[in-house]
Design a binder for this molecule. Structure first.
Ligand code: BGC
Length: 263
């Protein structure tokens, strides 16, 4: 199914989600009721340097290829408050202080919402994946270039939790236990599982969650490390994997085509 241009979240229960990452910008038309992509996703390379203007240019190109109008939700790997980028741990420092909601609304001419990447993936996982119906405190942890987190209480998101920056081994936890560190240092799965064990034990000690969901690309290989993790908290792999960010981004798309929502 493809909606006509100018459709969007409010009219037919679909919206476009765009997930902006360090290497790729991925977008797709999303069925918001089913949490599934309506058509194959489009992926273009993130520009280098990934300045705000260059990134907006690639977002426009992704949207052209997706070919569906209406409101959009976008993710960035940053703290986002009221549409403004507050941090840039793994993206171009030029983003800090940028009103991303305004930038993308201007570049695309559409109603947009901008949200932290892990919060988007987490929302998708809570609605359609491993966190469905889960009450109490849930932490979704995304392991990638950095460590992202999405914190929920009875299904409600506490945005911008940034638990990848908890201190661990005299630095940020993400510099110790992100998937990129496993790859960079060629860590064995056993060694990587030990690092995750330490990190997740810290989360457990501080937050006492009912459930921890492990997302990010490496969650596809969860059988390599999850069986080694020993916590009181139940720890499960994410179910949506690659598309969680896109689906979550679309869920944040403003529901009224005329409304410009800067989250
Ligand atoms: C950023 C977060 C982001 C995470 C995953 C961290 O370095 O601070 O905002 O969610 O990486 O991309």
């Amino acid at each position: 199914m493809v909606t006509s241009m100018g459709g969007g979240a409010f009219r037919d229960g679909t919206a476009v989600g765009v997930d902006i990452g360090g290497t790729g910008i991925k977008g797709a038309h999303v069925d918001l009721g089913a949490g599934r992509l309506v058509a194959d996703r489009v992926r273009l390379r993130t520009p280098s340097p990934a300045t705000p203007d260059a990134t907006a240019g690639v977002v426009v190109a992704v949207l052209d290829q997706v070919g569906v109008g209406g409101p959009i939700g976008l993710t960035l790997p940053s703290v986002i408050r009221a549409g403004v980028v507050e941090t840039a741990a793994n993206i171009d420092p030029a983003w800090v202080g940028t009103n991303a909601a305004e930038l993308f609304a201007h570049a695309t001419g559409r109603a947009v919402a901008v949200v932290n990447d892990a919060d988007a993936a987490g929302i998708a996982e809570m609605q359609f994946g491993a966190g469905r119906g889960q009450r109490g405190v849930v932490v979704v942890v995304t392991l990638g270039t950095g460590i992202g987190s999405a914190l929920f209480s009875d299904g409600t998101l506490v945005p911008n939790s940034e638990l990848g920056h908890l201190p661990l081994h005299h630095g940020d936890a993400e510099d110790w236990a992100a998937e990129s560190i496993r790859e960079r240092d060629n860590l064995s799965w056993k060694k990587y599982a030990q690092r995750l064990q330490e990190y997740l034990a810290l989360l457990e000690k501080l937050l006492w969650p009912q459930l921890i969901i492990i997302g990010g690309g490496v969650s596809k290989k969860a059988e390599k490390f999850l069986p080694r993790i020993k916590l009181r908290t139940k720890v499960v792999p994410a179910q949506l994997q690659n598309n969680a960010g896109i689906v979550g981004a679309a869920l944040f798309a403003p529901s009224l085509p005329t409304q410009s929502l800067a989250r």
